[in-house]
Design a protein around this ligand. Structure first.
Ligand code: 5AD
Ligand code: SF4
Ligand code: FES
Length: 377
């Protein structure tokens, strides 16, 4: 085990059986190695992303999710264009340099309408914009990119095709991969990720998920434990564990040393210190909630979501204090991925302060292809 860990710290490669072994038996040594690799490649700064949950209306019916269209036990809402722009401006005033616009798959928000919103936000505030709005066509993604969107989050959820099919009525695994490919081609920074602890999900399947992230050259990976929601078909399932989700995340960091990895809210739901533990096990991003009032409670993807009674200002202060308490700092930049191209930089990085290496050698991202091979997608 320690041999595998020592080797991956420099090669950033693992075979599927090695990943399975780490998922089975990895512990503190794994988390420590991921923390070291995180420090070496992306430094001590933590990037904050302000999450704006602008509509909980969804046309999909994912069996694990509280927003699924068959759940009639939820008050649906949709923010107006003005409300969304206003929340983004406030987020900027609190010091956020990225806003994440997240919603269910709500087709009221056409690409044209979203494009208007993106342009208004960009005119008013110097922020990067991440979209998390689900599956759309190439043309729609193109309109959104031209309007100024910088990044896109679309989790693959699981790469186990049978499991994917059973969890996603009327959705198509191939189309999801098509979306990821289109987004990459259009120059978005692409985030994906998976759920951990679904019934029927093997360690081998999780190993495949991790290898998939690397294969497609993802720029960001969000990993969260599955948390059963009572108003869904999976309400009686056991749910995922914090530890296993943390292991998937730590291994992802070891294999993809320079990407952005959030300490996810679902992790904090299962462990009161979940985000800080994640930040010390490979993560370098936090996505605090910047939605106001009752909408937070209504955006109930899973139960026990943190901060539902808190304000954007409170979360902003709270998270900075927490980050500082573990000797880390909040970044003041937009926090784009700055890819290190191995092997040229690997040796240098080991001996130098990461900031010097990055500032002096690396070009800022321009949205060009960051590597990754889509041929197998
Ligand atoms: N538990 C944890 N995460 C969930 N998601 C959806 N439902 C749940 C749940 N019950 C995640 C999915 C989706 C993201 C927005 O929320 O991975 O991509
Ligand atoms: Fe809709 Fe996303 Fe929930 Fe699926 S996971 S039901 S697409 S909000
Ligand atoms: Fe919301 Fe701590 S991050 S109260």
């Amino acid at each position: 085990m320690q041999d595998i860990i020592n080797s991956v710290k420099t090669t950033h490669e693992l075979s599927k059986p090695e990943i399975v072994e780490l998922l089975k038996n990895g512990g503190d040594e794994l988390f420590k190695a991921a923390d070291e690799v995180r420090k070496q490649y992306v430094g001590d700064e933590v990037h904050l992303r302000a999450l704006i949950e602008f509509s909980n209306i969804c046309r999909c019916n994912c069996k694990y999710c509280g927003l699924r269209c068959d759940n009639k036990n939820i008050e649906r809402y949709r923010l107006s264009k003005e409300e969304i722009v206003d929340l983004a401006k406030k987020a900027y005033s609190y010091g956020y340099r990225t806003v994440v616009m997240q919603s269910g798959e709500d087709m009221y928000f056409t690409a044209e309408l979203l494009a208007e919103i993106i342009k208004e936000i960009k005119l008013a505030s110097d922020v990067a914009i991440t979209l998390s709005i689900g599956e759309r066509s190439f043309e729609e993604y193109k309109i959104l990119k031209s309007a100024g969107a910088d990044r896109f989050l679309l989790r693959i959820e699981t790469t186990d095709k049978d499991l994917y099919k059973s969890l996603h009525p009327n959705m198509d695994f191939e189309n999801r991969k098509r979306c990821l490919r289109d987004l990459k081609e259009l120059g978005y920074e692409v985030g994906t990720g998976c759920l951990v602890g679904l019934k029927g999900q093997s360690l081998e399947a999780l190993a495949d998920d991790i290898l998939f992230f690397k294969e497609i050259g993802a720029d960001m990976i969000g990993i969260g434990p599955f948390i059963p929601h009572k108003n869904t078909p999976l309400g009686q399932d056991e749910g995922g564990s914090f530890e296993l989700a943390l292991k998937v995340m730590a291994i992802t960091r070891l294999l993809m040393p320079d990407i952005n990895i959030p300490a996810t809210t679902a992790m904090e739901t299962l462990n009161p210190n979940g985000r800080l533990i994640a930040l010390q096990s490979g993560a370098n991003v936090v996505m605090p909630n910047a939605t106001e009032g009752d909408y937070r409670r209504k955006y109930e993807i899973y139960p026990g979501k943190i901060c539902i009674n808190d304000s954007p200002a409170k979360c902003r202060n709270c998270i900075e204090r927490k980050i500082n308490s573990i000797g880390r700092t909040v970044s003041t930049s937009k926090g784009f991925r700055r890819p290190l191209t191995p092997p040229t930089f690997r040796g240098d990085v080991a001996d130098k302060k990461i900031e010097d290496v990055i500032e002096n050698i690396l070009p800022l991202p321009t949205g060009e292809d960051k590597g990754g091979n889509y041929e197998n997608l």
